[in-house]
Design a protein around this ligand. Sequence first.
Ligand SMILES: [Zn+2]
Length: 226
Amino acid sequence: MGTKKTAGAGRSAGTGPEHGVSRRGLLIGAAVTAVGTAALAREKLEHAWWRLPGVEKPRKPGELDYARAQWTAASPANWRRADRPADYAIDRVVIHVTQGSFRGAVRVFQDPGHGAAAHYVVRKDGHVTQMIRELDVAFHAGNKSYNERSVGIEHEGFVDRPKDFTAAMYEASARLSAAICGRYRIPVDRTHIIGHVEVPGTDHTDPGPHWDWDRYIELVRAAGAR
Ligand SMILES: [Zn+2]
């Protein structure tokens, strides 16, 4: 994008009657671009130091962050490699509802064309699948900084069907949330465990009005205390 902009300004500088203005615009543009590029390079280096030889943490295929989960890899197109919490602090858990079946959610998270996926999917019977490592940034919140700072948990079901939110699902998800909060020292409260609906700028409504937050937070606290 930067390259394209500079080329356009260059053409008008040479031909138009506002030669001086365009040239100044071009110079300012070039300076801004240079500063922007340097900042971008710095940011890239800061958040990609693990790409340097010898510093990457060892990763094993199928490795889990949560021992009770079963691993099924999401498509790499639906997440971004990172080294959290070293590069991005993790201070949020984001609760989602799939608006479909467990199998359907796993399938779309494996689809490189889907463009989104969460770290975990919890089934109605309490089974937990992990699809993305917590080290990595999953595209689940629809907000770059919230993706970078959070772990996303999907729950099988529909927002308008309260019976989908089974006791087994609440229990299993709460144990998982408690483990995540324990790992990153995230306070167990409604500021730090939020619904997708509470992510700034989102147009998603999940987990919806039937998700029992009081019950859930209580279960997370109880699981964390055990
Ligand atoms: Zn969601």
